[in-house]
Design a protein around this ligand. Structure first.
Ligand code: SF4
Ligand code: SF4
Length: 564
């Protein structure tokens, strides 16, 4: 029998406002993320997902997903895949267990207006497909420390495990070290689908190391997607080689198309062995960025444009940038907030340039709707990030922990893909039902924050959340609109910290409700006092289905059962 978290010993140290299972007594994760007791029980947690899949498929008309899921236990993909062998995953699948029995299952999430070949490129890429980010992980290897420009928001830092922002890494790697790291991660993290080089400098400027890394990794793991991030200045020199190496995802950071605005963001660039400053520097950078984008589009390489929103400098201008990059074929536009803190030592941080509020960012993103497609789920990752978006397992794979000799074993990654194909089909069906549900209602939109560990489900304790995924529910459906990062999770090893809760509440400003897998009474009351409803009544359900049911209840329409 699978031991249940419900009814297990609670953490008495935490007092009445925690309500979490006591770590170390029940469900303590192993290094590989599987509950000790689950392993002792002989029924790995992986099978819980399959059991839940069966429960969904067997729903009687008139019953609810909520009812079915509430009877089940904790679901978390990272726990599901830990120590379960590829053979076990396959055996369960071939015996017919799990997943959705309905027709149309299996990654049929392709938007109707998207060509098949484009969908094939993005469906497992957590950054290019919002839906894929529930299931697939990326890793960055920090092999490219040199940069050819200076941005006023950048200060590259090494040996820093605490800051989570682009440009920060714990250690730089040689291409050989990067290869060992990628193979180690691929063997242990079957969700891995993308290898990116995002600095900590510029991947195109530090080209020899970028190229050597990609060549070695694609030889060892041919199906891994290769991705680079660049400021664009050196990009046109390498587009042909990028195409030859099958790099079909490139990110260019484009903050302006007007050099006068650019001069306020870039103090200098280094180009053709010469340093340029001011408007001339920004003009050269702009021309090279546009050229690079056009060259990528001509070769069918998908390009994402990142823009940093800097209030008072380029915020309004980014609408023009959105239109210009769309015209040149950009696949996605990712408008990110400026991260500005004097402690980071950047020019903007030290001169008091503020970043945008959540509301300002959303308002700009909404104003750009209809232009280039927007990415809203970017986490502004470190240059050595590992794992699902929103989590960082980089510290588990530092150089001193890597084996000297290692060979790639594809079995687990391949089996995981088969599991996800099943799970994804169910998720897509639940999402469609949620949209249909909301279309029948007529009320104001709500912003709803979700605590999730992945898999597209509400499966995280409020106190453990390091971020909340934020969705807008309204007449047109449920859409992902961003995330709110929490610097310190509320629950610190069993204790709920009041000061931390204040900061969590601040991070949730503007949010109407939070759905999580568990929350104690005290934080619930404090959140209610701040005007935020919190509930764990939808624990372990698919996110969109739960939001639709919650929204229906909130606007006083009779909630109907959603079938998946
Ligand atoms: S291009 Fe990237 S690495 Fe270079 S200064 Fe700008 S943010 Fe930093
Ligand atoms: S920084 Fe954004 S685009 Fe890059 S890997 Fe992280 S989530 Fe994806």
């Amino acid at each position: 029998m699978v031991p249940s978290f419900r009814g297990s010993r609670r953490c008495h140290a935490a007092g009445p406002h925690c309500g979490q299972p006591k770590r170390g007594v029940v469900g303590k994760p192993t290094k590989h993320g599987v509950s000790q007791l689950a392993l002792q029980s002989g029924k790995p947690q992986y099978f819980r997902l399959l059991i839940i899949g069966i429960a969904i498929a067997k729903l009687e008309p008139g019953s609810t997903i909520q009812g079915a899921h509430m009877a089940q236990d904790l679901v978390s993909l990272d726990e599901l895949i830990g120590d379960v062998s590829a053979e076990d995953m396959r055996a369960e699948l071939s015996s017919g267990g799990g997943g959705c029995s309905s027709k149309g299952c299996g990654s049929n999430a392709r938007p109707e207006d998207m060509p098949e070949e484009v969908w094939a490129k993005i469906k497992d890429h957590p950054c290019y497909s919002e839906e894929a980010h529930h299931y697939f992980a990326r890793m960055h290897v920090a092999v490219a420390p040199a940069c050819n420009i200076q941005c006023n928001y950048c200060n590259r830092k090494y040996d820093c495990a605490n800051e989570s922002r682009p440009g920060v890494v714990s250690e730089k790697l040689t291409p050989d070290q990067a290869l060992r790291k990628v193979i180690t991660v691929a063997n242990e993290v079957p969700q891995l689908s993308v290898l990116g080089i995002a600095g900590p400098g510029d991947a195109c400027y530090d080209w020899k190391k970028t190229k050597a890394t990609f060549e070695a990794v694609s030889k060892a793991i041919p199906d891994i997607k290769l991705c680079i991030s660049t400021n664009g200045l050196a990009l046109p020199d390498h587009v042909t080689e990028l195409e030859r190496m099958n790099v079909d995802h490139v990110t260019i950071t484009i903050n302006m198309v007007d050099p006068e605005i650019g001069a306020k963001i870039y103090p200098w660039i280094f180009y053709n062995h010469k340093r340029y400053t001011g408007i001339e520097a920004a003009r050269i950078l702009h021309e090279r960025q546009m050229l690079g984008l056009e060259m990528l589009t001509a070769r069918g390489i998908l390009t994402k444009v990142n823009s940093v929103m800097i209030p008072g400098i380029n915020d309004e201008h980014l609408k023009v940038v959105n239109a210009e990059v769309k015209k040149r074929g950009a696949f996605l536009h990712n408008i990110m907030p400026l991260i500005s803190d004097p402690a980071h030592g950047t020019h903007f941080g030290l001169t008091g340039q503020r970043g945008p509020t959540h509301a300002e960012l959303k308002s700009l993103q909404d104003a750009c709707a209809g232009g280039a497609n927007l990415m809203r789920h970017c986490r502004q990752c470190r240059a050595d990030a590992v794992g699902l978006l929103g989590e960082d397992r980089g510290q588990e794979f530092t150089l001193d922990q890597l084996p000297e000799e290692i060979s790639y074993d594809p079995a687990k990654r391949e089996a995981y893909r088969e599991v996800v194909a099943r799970e994804r089909g169910d998720h897509v069906a639940a999402k469609s039902a949620a949209v249909a549900e909301l279309k029948s209602l007529a009320e104001r939109p709500l912003l709803i924050a979700i605590a999730t560990k992945g898999g597209g489900r509400i499966n995280q304790h409020f106190g453990h959340a390091r971020e909340f995924q934020v969705y807008e529910a309204g007449l047109t459906g449920v859409s992902f609109v961003g995330h709110r990062r929490i610097e310190d999770a509320y629950c610190q090893g069993g204790f709920g910290e009041d000061a931390t809760l204040d900061s969590v509440i601040k991070s949730l400003a503007g949010v109407d409700a939070v759905l999580c897998s568990k929350i104690g009474d005290c934080p619930k009351k404090d959140l209610a006092a701040a005007g935020i409803t919190v509930t764990d009544a939808y624990a372990f359900e698919y996110i969109e289905a739960a939001i639709a049911t919650f929204y229906a209840a909130e606007v006083s329409a009779p909630p109907r059962a959603l079938s998946a």
